[in-house]
Design a binder for this molecule. Structure first.
Ligand SMILES: [Zn+2]
Length: 309
């Protein structure tokens, strides 16, 4: 079974991109059929202001819940995630002794509602806060209590665009992995994948660094030490990371075959929006660069395992 771990539906266009086609449910299913993908994990957007552009707010279903209700119509092909923002959850007025140390938000009520809507995980998280912010750790721990993995958009340090930020070497990701050791965390995006290589600069965590990988970065080391870390191969960031240095990429796919998840993150419904990651993996299989077992784990078995399906 082939599962795309990272899909969206809706109007994700920025105002300078209005010539692009949006992803509708019909276009998503059609693409799955064409690429011979059995199921897709649907990640609703709209939980965090950083991921909401004007066109999204004025299109149908600009909120997480109405997207999830629509997704249920496509249950045979779609596995839904809920979405949260770690900053949610005002606990009301503080007692005098709580000033300066407010209680942590309780996400259990909303997580239970997500589970009633058949959600198998939470994400993608796009809040532009530190990856080890106490609110992020709190939210991840609670998702783990319910057995739900958390998928994160990761970016570099400083004033970012959107996503959880971290410095070179991923110190904050390491803290989050330790502090929420019972939660499966799925990393994605340039801030995560730039770390496949050592000797990077902060600015590399916002882009798609090219060229051979001379020394391994923090990502392989963290995958080796933290069994709760999974890596989402979607988008240009994931595909670039495994293909920029073909030999290194093949070794990486083999070593971490139990922690990698095939995905696309297609955001537009046109030809230009396609992400050829599955073709890349199928070609590696056809050339015997990876074997069928590795291919099957990365494209489906690992997802079935962590989503408990
Ligand atoms: Zn995405």
């Amino acid at each position: 079974m082939i599962i795309d771990i990272h899909t969206h539906v809706g109007d994700l266009r920025r105002v300078d991109m209005m010539d692009r086609l949006t992803v509708t449910w019909e276009r998503l299913i059609k693409r799955l059929d064409k690429e011979r993908i059995d199921k897709a994990v649907f990640l609703p957007l709209g939980a965090s202001p950083e991921s909401s552009h004007g066109p999204f707010l004025f299109a149908p279903n600009p909120d997480v819940i109405s997207q999830l209700k629509t997704a249920r119509k496509y249950r045979d092909r779609i596995i839904s995630f809920g979405n949260l923002d770690p900053r949610m959850g005002c606990a009301g007025n503080l007692e005098p002794d709580q000033v300066g140390n407010p209680p942590e938000a309780d996400f259990s009520w909303i997580i239970e509602r997500f589970i009633e809507l058949d959600c198998a995980g939470i994400g993608e998280i796009t809040a532009n806060i530190a990856m080890d912010d106490p609110r992020m750790i709190n939210m991840c721990r609670q998702c783990g209590t319910f057995g739900l993995p958390v998928l994160m958009h990761c970016t570099g340090p400083g004033r970012g665009v959107y996503g959880l930020y971290d410095e070179v070497g991923s110190p904050r990701l390491e803290t989050l992995l330790r502090q929420s050791a019972d939660t499966i965390l799925i990393g994605h995006a340039p801030g995560f994948w730039a770390e496949i290589s050592g000797n990077i600069k902060p600015e590399n965590k916002f882009i798609y660094p090219r060229g051979p990988i001379e020394t391994e970065g923090s990502l392989p080391k963290l995958l080796r030490t933290h069994t709760n870390l999974y890596a989402d191969l979607s988008a240009n960031s994931g595909l670039n990371a495994i293909s920029r240095d073909r030999a290194f990429g093949i070794r990486f796919l083999k070593e971490f075959q139990d922690q990698l998840l095939f995905g696309t993150d297609v955001c537009y419904g046109d030809e230009k929006g396609k992400i050829p990651t599955l073709t890349y993996l199928r070609n590696l299989l056809a050339e015997n660069a990876i074997d069928q077992n590795v291919f099957d784990k990365i494209t489906g078995i690992n997802a079935l395992k962590i989503l408990k399906l």
